[in-house]
Each structure stands twice: as structure tokens, then as C-alpha cells.
Design a protein around this ligand. Sequence first.
Ligand SMILES: C[S@@+](CC[C@H](N)C(=O)[O-])C[C@H]1O[C@@H](n2cnc3c(N)ncnc32)[C@H](O)[C@@H]1O
Length: 220
Amino acid sequence: MSLSVIWSHLKEKGAARTISIMANRIFDCHFDFKYKTDTINRISLQDLTVAGANKERGSFYQPTMALSFNRLLKAIPLPPESVLVDFGCGKGRVLLLAVLGGMKKAVGIEFSPQLCRIAESNINIVEKAIGARLEITVIEGDVTDYEIEDDQNVFFFFNPFDDVILEAVVENMKKSLQRKPREVAIVYYNPVHSHIMAQHFLLKNRYIIGGEEYVLYSAC
Ligand SMILES: C[S@@+](CC[C@H](N)C(=O)[O-])C[C@H]1O[C@@H](n2cnc3c(N)ncnc32)[C@H](O)[C@@H]1O
């Protein structure tokens, strides 16, 4: 973590949360160390080839912290037979943590072909390490083109894109819920555009885990 990032965390989040974030980032190397995967390094979208008009609206690749995510899974009430969708799945860390943590399936949508290949390789590495196939699918494409399936009920966002793209995905979630009403958990990590979620979904809880903020919504 660079000094400028630490300084901006200190200003925005205060000393206690900043120390907690730094401690979590240090422990975070453990996931890649354990499985020999490649999920950790942050990559700017400028360094990636992305087709389509939405590159400018996307956030750079940065993984969710494994320790915090595992604690979050224990803290939130999850719908039965959980099938997670990670909108902007990057190198696939959340997909792996979700399925290793007991979810039935995980699907990741990612518009960078390079990140998709790394995610697929990470999944293969973990499958070999544990000697079992994992129910994980990586879909190369833009989230705005993705049609949500009826069995998907946990929607995860790590501040992946701007308000315009989030609005489009929220519309897709609402269409899916109208077609097939069901219990869902919507998790928004680093909720920069939380006002959009709050307009359409019910705010259930706010969690500070490892110094980071996660907001949980359900269908109204
Ligand atoms: C902050 S990273 C989160 C990675 C992963 N979800 C995690 O939590 O470990 C955001 C990711 O969203 C992807 N992304 C941004 N806009 C997208 C879009 N319109 N369609 C698909 N992927 C997108 C980026 O390429 C990046 O990998």
C-alpha cells in the first residue's frame, strides 16, 4: 500500500480502520501463498485490452481481501442454495472463496480477456490442489450484456464500475426478480454509488470488516 493510499484512508476512514486495513492487506498474501495462485496484484484498466465502450466506466483490478470476505460470509444471512454472481470478477478470487466457503456455484463476469484467462488458470490451480472440480464459471463480456439466471441469488460488487453501469445492472437484477421472485443477498463492497442500490433495494445491514465497508441489501 503506497503512502498516498495510506494517507487517503487516514483522512476518509480514520486511524483504527486504516490500521485494520493494513493488517488485513498483509495477511491477504496468504491466499496466493497457500494455493500458488495469482490474485493479488492490482492492475490498471489502461494496461488491459478491453473491447466495447465501457472501459472508461470501469474500476481497476484489485482483489477483495480474502480474510474479510471469509468473515463476511459467516456474518451475513445467505439464501439457501447460494449461487453467487461477481460483477467484474477480475482474477476470480471471490469466486474461489465463495465456492470453497460452501456456496453451491459461482459465476464471474469480466470484460478483460487477460483477467478472464488468469481467473481460469487460478481455478485450475485450486482444483488441482484440492483434487476436486469446482462449480465456477467465468464469462468473458460486459456486465451490461449479462442476463441474470433464475437460480442466482447472491450478487457481489466490489466497486467495479461507475453509476451508469451500476444502473444498467440494477435494471437487469430487477427484471430477473420480476420474472422469478426470490430471496437474494446483494453485497456492495466499497459502496461508492450506494444511493443507486438504496433506490431499488432494501438496506439490510452495514458491516465494517477488516476496516472495509460492505453493505447488504435484499429485494424489496
Ligand atoms: C475492483 S475489481 C474487483 C475484482 C473482484 N470482483 C474481486 O472482488 O476480487 C473490478 C473488476 O471489474 C471489472 N469490470 C469493470 N467494468 C466492467 C464491465 N463493464 N464489465 C465487466 N467487468 C468489468 C474490472 O476489469 C475489474 O477486474
